[in-house]
Ligand binder design. Sequence first.
Ligand SMILES: [Mn+2]
Length: 320
Amino acid sequence: MLSVSVVFHGDCDGIIAAYLYIKRYFRDLYPGGLNLAVTHPWRAHTDIKRVATGGSELVILDIALSDKLIEALETIISRYKKVVFVDHHATSESLMPKIEARVKVVYSKVSSTPRLLTQLMGTPLNPYEDMLVEVADVCEGKTPHPGTDRSVLDLVDSIRMSIALNPGDLDFMKYLIDLMMKSKNPSQDPLVRVRARRAKFLLGNLLKIVSEDSLDAGNVKIAFLNLPLSRAFAGLIGVAATELSKAYRKSVVLVREEQEKIVITVRSAHRDALVLSQQIASSLKGVYGGHAEASSITVGKEPLAKVASSIVNKVLSYST
Ligand SMILES: [Mn+2]
């Protein structure tokens, strides 16, 4: 049994956080001596129970804390000598005190989890690591300053898009971490490039569908994706919402049907995504989490048409 497990968010800053953490703290265990697992906030509570078979240390990176996740953590904490929880999501803040007694918490509401790790590690990073932290910040929505190196923007694009093609693909995430461990440039890697190109092609189609079928409620653009569409474009929906919000300079609410739930992705042009999410979540009895610029709500399975009218009404009352 591998005694150290690292569970990370399967997105751009989550993967970079995993790389930095492993390189700094578990270099001698990499790769064979580490149990790596990928998850996403909405399913972290189930993944963690499955992954956490026990050992000396469990590290959880870039996953927003929720009541469900706290419950799951309670059941597995005793299997480890040490559990470390590192996160930067705004919605985690009020919940952190609930786990602090038994878990080592590293929390600050900074731009990305890698940025938070630089504060934890203290010692200066090398230029390659520095560049990846910058990439993570931009992936998380920080506006790159005008002088930002082209290679940083290329990396943002290729990492974000190549992951989005299949955000559950742990083998590919490990492949990316491995490129980073070898200080290689992922945007020059053939596999990363092919995946990024395919993802961009799909994203183009998705943006077309979504912008043609969307409706405007006040200052907010709302679009709906049924189950087949939501499956076909799975990992790209968050990226599409971000792109739409930028293109129209409006907040975007993207509602999609999944197998056992409805997921609503919110992107804000005016840093009010969390407020809007909270209102939608309370009217639909959903759970929300994220940042002021980007957040999401998960609601139990209901017919799309049924939640649609209630979301439109909520958004209209919010934006007028
Ligand atoms: Mn993340």
